[in-house]
Design a protein around this ligand. Structure first.
Ligand code: AHR
Length: 534
């Protein structure tokens, strides 16, 4: 790829020989950029296949170690990666979910059919209380998506009251009678899901009208989430960092109709409603329906998937440009609340369960997407990978009592320094990786200053065959040392299985330092996180 990247923007063109090359990376540590919001590491847990049932919820009587029905191995793994938020209950499921089915005596809960996902029987054992128990166990925030497609304003408003009102209110008393006295915190409220598709196939104007009513009437009563009253400026309350953020349904892939329609409505809003996020759904898929096998693929399929995932950058630019038109101050974040690689279902797995394996290639996909989100940190302030356990690009796979962490999980762990870090400009020549007609960048890099002040360089070698040498310099500063972790594997389609859970696992690395510059060789198909001592 011919180009230099400065915090994500292609700046200049420079031809580079495709063979052995040294990539010079210069970090501008003295030019801090925007904060990389930790919410870009959000998860998505839909009632879909074994994403919840089996993957998170096993029930209190299970032999699988659990706390109040929630499996302890999965909780421990998720705690370790400091999941900032979990989006629930869907997905398409959200627009058919009726929250009252999932509260009260489990033995008396309604049994329904999950028509979106394989007609599975939904016994509603995992409902509102179980979800909040789960997010509290992993130390995360709740992202609740309300039912706009087949619900009502009243149903949604009642759910919010049930979750957030205190016990002076009948809704709070009902919650307390069901075992939870204190109101819960709802950090994100998704107002529908894909209402351009499975959520009711609405025109953007129609959805925008629905949005106005849901945004107004689904009130959060939690006393800790209210805007502060500011006596000096009574008409303009001081924002509360814990305030609930209402996320409107936005675009899919390159379709800009919802971006235009919803942002126009927001621009023309009056005092009665607002929104604090616009969602983008964009999957890595070569063509629909997804047919590529998650394990048996060759270099051509590898390159096609990487090419598809890199479209995320252009998509964010496309929608950001429209958002800038209506919101030049970037008040409304773009929340990429469904992203990830969508492949063919595993042979023998049930239809509609979206089960796939997760390979080293998918770790590269995850790292590239986080790098893209980081470069767009000024607008992208949230994202949710699809999905957390057992579904699509899962971080965790389970089978009965067995659990395995996928290569995608390891990227989440390696990228922990990204959480609320400051993006730093970085310049480099990305080089080229060619496969047939496909030309891709050979390396990718992001620099950041973590919250604890440490300087980090994240570097991806996209080339599945050739190593890449990086010579990193910090403008005006001599590096003293550098070490970190690298994730790679013998093959780009190496996977972790229940029998071989550590086939793809990060290992420690140390870089050479010469003349104040950091030198490191990136193995083929690898992701490296390097902490640089200044
Ligand atoms: O993640 C699977 C599905 O993909 C979600 O339910 C839906 O929102 C999207 O189409």
């Amino acid at each position: 790829m011919k180009g230099l990247f400065l915090a994500g923007a292609a700046l200049a063109l420079m031809a580079t020989p495709a063979s052995a090359q040294v990539t010079k990376v210069t970090i501008q540590a003295d030019k801090p950029g925007p904060t990389i919001d930790r919410q870009i590491f959000g998860q998505f847990a839909e009632h879909l296949g074994t994403g919840i049932y089996g993957g998170v919820w096993v029930g209190q009587d299970s032999k699988i170690p659990n706390v109040r029905g929630i499996r302890s191995d999965v909780v421990a793994a998720l705690k370790a990666i400091r999941v900032p938020n979990v989006r629930w209950p869907g997905g398409c499921f959200a627009d058919e979910y009726h929250w009252r089915d999932g509260i009260g005596d489990p033995a008396k809960r309604r049994v329904t059919v999950n028509s979106n996902w394989g007609d599975a029987i939904e016994n509603n054992a995992f409902g509102t209380h179980e979800f909040f128990d789960f997010v509290e166990q992993i130390g995360s925030d709740a992202y609740v998506s309300i039912n706009v497609g087949s619900g009502s304003y009243k149903e949604a408003a009642d759910w919010l009251a049930y979750m957030t009102a205190d016990t002076r209110n009948t809704a709070g008393q009902e919650r307390a009678a069901n075992g939870r006295k204190e109101p819960w915190k709802v950090k994100f409220l998704g107002i529908g899901n894909e209402n351009w598709g499975c959520g009711g196939n609405m025109r953007p104007e129609y959805y925008a009208d629905e949005l106005k009513r849901y945004a107004r009437f689904t009130r959060n009563y939690n006393p800790t989430q209210q805007a502060y009253f500011n006596p000096a400026n009574p008409s303009s309350p001081t924002p509360n960092p814990d305030q609930m953020l209402r996320v409107a349904v936005g675009p899919s892939d390159d379709d800009t109709s919802y971006t235009e329609g919803v942002m126009k409505a927001w621009k023309e809003r009056d005092w009665s409603w607002s929104m604090e996020g616009l969602s983008l759904h964009s999957y890595t898929v070569v063509k629909w329906p997804p047919a590529y096998d998650s394990v048996n693929f060759g270099e051509k399929e590898y390159a096609e998937i990487i090419q598809s995932t890199l479209k995320m950058d252009a998509r964010i630019k496309l929608h950001s440009a429209i958002m800038d038109k209506y919101d030049p101050e970037k008040k409304v974040p773009l929340i990429v609340d469904e992203w990830g690689v969508w492949l063919a279902k595993l042979p023998g797995s049930p239809d509609g369960f979206l089960q796939q394996q997760n390979s080293m290639r998918d770790a590269v996909v995850a790292a590239l997407n986080f790098n893209i989100f980081a470069r767009h940190a000024d607008r992208v302030r949230g994202a949710n990978i699809a999905q957390m356990v057992n579904v699509l690009q899962a971080l965790i796979l389970t089978d009965g009592p067995k659990m395995v962490l996928t290569p995608t999980y390891h990227i989440h762990q390696m990228y922990l320094p990204f959480q609320d870090a400051t993006l730093l400009p970085v310049t480099f020549d990305a080089g080229e990786y060619r496969q047939g007609d496909i030309i891709l960048p050979r390396v990718d890099a992001v620099a950041l200053r973590a919250k604890d002040g440490k300087l980090w360089l994240a570097a991806v070698n996209l080339d599945p065959k050739r190593p890449a040498s990086i010579h990193g310099a910090i403008a005006g500063i001599r590096a003293k040392g550098a070490s970190g972790t690298v994730l790679t594997a013998p093959k780009v389609n190496s996977i972790n299985t229940f029998d071989a859970p550590d086939a793809v696992k990060p290992r420690a690395i140390k870089a050479r330092v010469a003349n104040g510059n950091v030198e490191i060789e990136l193995p083929p198909h690898s992701v490296t996180m390097l902490s640089i001592d200044e």
